[in-house]
Ligand binder design. Structure first.
Ligand code: PLP
Length: 354
């Protein structure tokens, strides 16, 4: 193969296709109930989906104790992040965000003309909220603070109270875009979703979430967002809320009710994560404690070389996200996949590659 690995080095359990540990998807696939609902929705494929989109928004609003006009549905949370940027940013806007973080909003700045100002996380990979607030205070004109919590690619939570206190005392030119894509995986009892600020009536915050992660629906493209009605009204002017496929909406509705599947997904993720971190510890490779379905861990040497070698061994890993050399983000697969991945890590160590 050119990887230096012989056939015996590759664990038999590894299927012939690559194992996807690179995009933080759910390795279990979709809920069986969601698949059934999506299939059933094909019978209504000739009908526009407006009513069903509204039903999904109402269902989510009810769960969160919000009014229906505080919830909007988009084609993935990406659709909502982009719409928020179109609605609220222009050439005189400054977007302030930690680095590293998810890059979609930064890329959108190039479209709306906003200036993107990243602030590095500290040496424990924690977001420097005080530093971000200082930066924001120095900025004139509209400011959007983009916070992913837990953050991607680090898996680290932004502490709830300091974040909420900042949002509550922020001046009128500062708006908070809170990306909770990994909300469903968080088990830290100190965490609280920023949706509670929306419930309290704050108009300077929009919260985005997704069905792409724990619900295993990345390919179905369903995201949702929370904001004061004034905020959701502004954002929804920048996209067509009926631009979602009926089977996707039907699947999302069914998935929300499938508590068994949700519990199974969380358990599988924590088991897979434990298998991984145990091996990383045994190999003496540092890793950042993660509240998500991925782990940022140390490697030795060049990131791209590591990624290429993993691909040849059957694993797609990492996404380069300015984490620098020496670190890789790996998504959590099934426990079996993580066992196979860990055997490969050990093989790499034997070859002095990590
Ligand atoms: N936000 C973050 C932090 C993500 O990591 C991702 C995808 O990985 C997204 C948003 C986009 O998700 P969606 O599939 O909902 O568009």
């Amino acid at each position: 193969t050119g990887s230096g690995l012989s056939a015996e080095d590759v664990p038999k359990e590894v299927p012939s296709g690559p194992i996807y540990l690179n995009q933080n998807e759910n390795p279990l696939g979709m809920s069986p109930h969601a698949k059934k609902a999506a299939n059933a929705a094909l019978a209504y494929g000739h009908r526009y989906p407006d009513a069903m989109v509204r039903s999904l928004a109402a269902k989510i609003a009810h769960t969160e104790g919000l009014s229906n006009d505080s919830v909007i549905i988009g084609a993935g949370s990406t659709g909502l992040l982009i719409a928020q940027m179109f609605a609220m940013s222009g050439p005189n806007t400054t977007v302030i965000a930690p680095a590293p973080t998810f890059s979609r909003v930064e890329r959108q700045c190039a479209v709306t003309g906003a200036t993107y100002v990243p602030l590095p996380v500290n040496d424990r990979f924690e977001v420097d909220l005080e530093g971000l607030e200082r930066l924001s205070a120095k900025t004139t004109g509209p400011v959007i603070v983009y916070i992913v919590t837990p953050n991607n690619p680090t898996g680290v939570l932004v502490p709830t109270n300091p974040l909420f206190n900042w949002i509550k005392r922020a001046p009128a030119n500062v708006f908070f875009l809170i990306d909770e894509a990994y909300h469903d995986f968080v088990d830290d009892p100190a965490y609280q979703s920023a949706v509670s600020l929306v419930k309290e009536g704050y108009k300077n915050v929009f919260v985005a979430r997704t069905f792409s992660k724990l619900h295993g629906m990345a390919g179905m493209r369903v995201g949702y967002g929370f904001g004061h009605a004034d905020v959701t009204g502004k954002i929804s002017a920048y996209y067509a809320p009926w631009n979602l496929a009926l089977p996707s909406i039907a699947a999302a509705m069914a998935s929300l009710d499938d508590t068994d599947f949700i519990a199974r997904g969380k358990k599988s993720n924590s088991n897979g994560k434990a298998i991984l971190t145990e091996t990383l510890d045994a190999l003496g490779l540092a890793h950042i404690p993660s509240q998500t379905n991925f782990v940022l861990h140390q490697i030795t040497g060049d990131h791209q070389t590591y990624k290429d070698r993993m691909e040849e061994a059957g694993f797609l890993v990492g996404r380069y996200m300015n984490t620098g050399p020496g670190w890789n983000r790996v998504s959590i697969g099934t426990p079996e996949e993580m066992q196979a991945f860990c055997r490969t890590l050990k093989n790499f160590r034997d070859k002095d590659w990590i």
